[in-house]
Design a protein. Structure first.
Length: 744
């Protein structure tokens, strides 16, 4: 049987297939060859900064390096960066033996091998009900964010874009200490303004790793803050772009393009560079960007970057983002990171440290339907960004008429190309993982194919996690987001493009964090995270249920979207917050079983302080965690998160939380529990009374199970309500029964 198809536009929202027609993919040349394999970049952590004299601190770093290399000249030649603001340390090019020698020197907390990372809106703000359509006081809301500074670690920025106009903005905040660094095709004086107030670039570690200077001529990159790929321009516009009317992508998505915090200022820290098939970012460069952003005075750091799975523990030598974020949060800077695009399988969420606000991607209430018509006049509807003329009927290559080894799998396209030429290809996938569509389209185009149809059951894109606490923390729009890009990229027309992924969801959250910071400058990063998580939507803003992508479609739960879809209108006035400080995070690391020596790798000088539950501890974790009589025994369950997760409930367990009243001074809250299936959750006390002298209160949560076998996770919630505020904590419980045997 021969089939052909025809395509035309049609207004319908039924999604059965995803169509990509005539996609052009640019292959990028791998420009940097490997350097001497005996020499690599290492990051040397020396703990908390003990010197106010930064020149003296850098001199100390050179002295440490000279001790191993033998001369000041070799030290200067080897050093890549000196870290002076968030922590004390440096990056240098060393052999493995030299790195080991430095790690044994007094005052050196850890030596970290350099790790490579990857980079991971006219409708989305309406979808989140942050526009004049939903706000009677939108004029006041739209002015929020003035004075807030959003730092983005990304691929750079295209400063000429109208979305970075500073029209109507006041003076640059006086606390700003950053700079606009000139470079190739980027003039710091000319290209920065009252919107784009800072721009830096970091590539020394990447160059040192590969052993030669970056060749910008061959790559089409710019050795400057200028963005060649469009990724950083896209995320910056989502976060804080100025309003721009009548924008679209070839007529699709027409509307007013703007960022979430239009009055906020942007500081770009370019750490990712176009190599291979996408952006690549060196860990030492990322740490330096964190260090400078802390010094510069940003309020929030937005990081649309993640490592390959598997992810590394928070104290692992290779987790540069977790370490940099820890130091930023310790200085009061909120860090928002993408959950990565490797989902939806368990253990695929990145950047999940509790001090980070981790973001998953959701779809929005907009699609671009296109009808596929077969030769027998049977039609079905999918989505496409195709805006060209009708093609007429074209031969369709589909699994049943091919000799593919794995005919239903799009991956098989790279192994078979003779049957593709001159046709539109149909293939299937179980999930749209990062790069999946692009790879399939590349092989079809290379083989002379005219188009590609990728079919999958319809789902909403959320990314699952299975850990000791729900992650991501929150979900935000990240599918088909229209934003500004670099017009130098020939794949992007008119300076605007649709992109998808947690990279796009992250700046949505960063923008809302900036708005919250402008309203509540005294709130800690943990308080802001709590306000966002406990007020999120569990249905989408229209009231429809949220589904998660997986092997099969399912209702989303806290391991898919954390608290839910972000809801600024409620987060701005949450009523209660679950607050934490640095001591709580260190307490958590002890609870995870990390040794004190590993915890000190964060470079923090740990002193005896109370955490949010008024428990005291010092830098030494309890030496005998199996001793039930040890009063200092840690429990991860007591980390004062705005979520409750019990991964292995046996009969009964208890935990504590502490809340701070940020609403009306005189308030009475009542506990409302949605019990997980087969699980009993009791709260003591059931009522909390706040007044002018009582602003913080603790409560006890006791959880027991009627299940007699090991189960999967069951989900419920605890909501504190004063009749106006609803402060909702997701509850996730899994029962576990161990089987014991006696060996005679």
């Amino acid at each position: 049987m021969k089939c052909s198809l025809q395509m035309k536009k049609h207004n319908t929202s039924l999604i059965h297939v995803l169509i990509y027609l005539l996609i052009s993919l640019l292959s990028e040349q791998y420009l940097l060859t490997s350097a001497d394999p005996k020499s690599n970049v290492y990051i040397i952590h020396m703990g908390k900064n003990q010197h106010e004299d930064l020149k003296l601190l850098k001199k100390t770093h050179h002295e440490v390096l000279t001790t191993v290399l033998g001369s000041k000249e070799e030290s200067v030649k080897s050093m890549v960066y000196s870290y002076k603001h968030g922590f004390s340390g440096f990056a240098a090019k060393l052999t493995k033996t030299q790195a080991q020698t430095i790690s044994e020197l007094p005052g050196v907390a850890q030596v970290i091998p350099n790790q490579l990372f990857k980079v991971q809106t006219t409708r989305s703000w309406d979808y989140l009900q942050l526009s004049s359509r939903y706000q009677t006081h939108y004029d006041q809301i739209s002015k929020l964010g003035d004075g807030a500074i959003i730092g983005l670690l990304d691929t750079g920025i295209w400063p000429e874009s109208e979305t970075f106009s500073d029209k109507g903005l006041g003076p640059i905040p006086s606390r700003w200490k950053g700079v606009c660094k000139s470079g190739e095709n980027f003039n710091g004086t000319k290209h920065c303004n009252k919107k784009l107030i800072g721009a830096r670039y970091f590539i020394k570690a990447l160059e040192a790793e590969f052993g030669k200077p970056f060749n910008s001529t061959e790559s089409g990159e710019f050795l400057s803050p200028r963005d060649s790929s469009g990724h950083g321009t896209h995320t910056s516009t989502i976060a804080a772009g100025s309003s721009m009317a009548n924008t679209s992508y070839n007529g699709l998505g027409t509307g007013t393009l703007r960022g979430g915090a239009t009055q906020a200022r942007i500081a770009m820290y370019k750490v990712c560079w176009s190599l291979l098939s996408g952006g690549i970012c060196a860990g030492a460069d990322i740490l330096k960007a964190f260090d400078e952003a802390i010094r510069d005075g940003v309020d929030v750091i937005s990081v649309s970057i993640a490592a390959d799975i598997p992810s590394f523990p928070e104290v692992d030598d290779r987790n540069a983002i977790a370490i940099g974020a820890f130091h930023a949060v310790a200085k009061g800077v909120v860090v928002v990171c993408s959950a990565g695009n490797a989902g939806p399988s368990p253990q695929t969420v990145q950047n999940a440290s509790p001090w980070i606000l981790t973001v998953g991607a959701s779809s929005v209430d907009r699609s671009f339907p296109t009808v596929v018509t077969l030769g027998n006049n049977w039609s079905t509807t999918g989505q496409a960004m195709f805006t060209g003329n009708k093609t007429g009927f074209i031969r369709l290559a589909y699994p049943e008429v091919s000799d593919l080894q794995y005919p239903r799998d799009c991956k098989s396209l790279r192994r078979n190309d003779t049957w593709v030429r001159g046709k539109v290809v149909l293939c299937f996938t179980s999930s749209f993982k990062e790069g999946y569509i692009e790879d399939s389209a590349y092989w079809v185009k290379k083989a002379g194919g005219l188009g590609l149809i990728v079919a999958q059951n319809p789902t909403r894109s959320l990314y699952s996690c299975d850990d000791d606490f729900p992650c991501p923390d929150i979900a935000a729009p990240g599918v088909n987001i229209l934003s500004a890009v670099s017009p130098s990229d020939p794949k992007k027309k008119n300076g605007f493009a649709f992109m998808s992924g947690t990279s796009m969801a992250t700046p949505h959250v960063s923008a809302i964090v900036a708005l919250l910071k402008s309203l509540h400058p005294d709130w800690s990063p943990a308080a802001i995270k709590s306000a966002i998580v406990t007020t999120a939507w569990n249905n989408d803003p229209s009231g429809e249920p949220i589904f998660a992508e997986g092997e099969t479609m399912k209702l989303a739960d806290p391991f898919d979207y954390g608290g839910g879809i972000i809801n600024f209108n409620s987060a701005v006035n949450p009523g209660l917050v679950y607050d934490m400080n640095t001591s709580d995070y260190l307490y958590y690391l002890c609870s995870m079983g990390y040794k004190s020596s590993a915890i000190t790798k964060l470079g923090q000088q740990i002193v005896i302080t109370p955490n949010s539950n008024n428990n005291y501890y010092n830098s030494l974790c309890p030496t005998n965690n199996n001793n039930k009589n040890n009063k200092n025994k840690n429990s991860i369950l007591n980390l004062n998160l705005p979520t409750i997760t019990i991964p292995s409930l046996r009969r009964r367990t208890s935990l504590r939380r502490r809340v701070t009243n940020v609403g009306p001074i005189n308030s009475v809250y009542k506990a409302i529990v949605n019990q997980p299936q087969g699980i009993k959750v009791s709260i003591r006390p059931r009522f909390m009374v706040f007044n002018s002298t009582t602003k913080n209160l603790s409560f006890k949560v006791t959880v027991s199970s009627s299940h007699k076998v090991t189960t999967g996770y069951y989900f419920g919630s605890l909501t504190w309500s004063d009749g106006v505020h609803l402060v909702t904590t997701p509850i996730s419980v899994r029962t576990e029964f161990r089987v014991f045997s006696i060996n005679n």
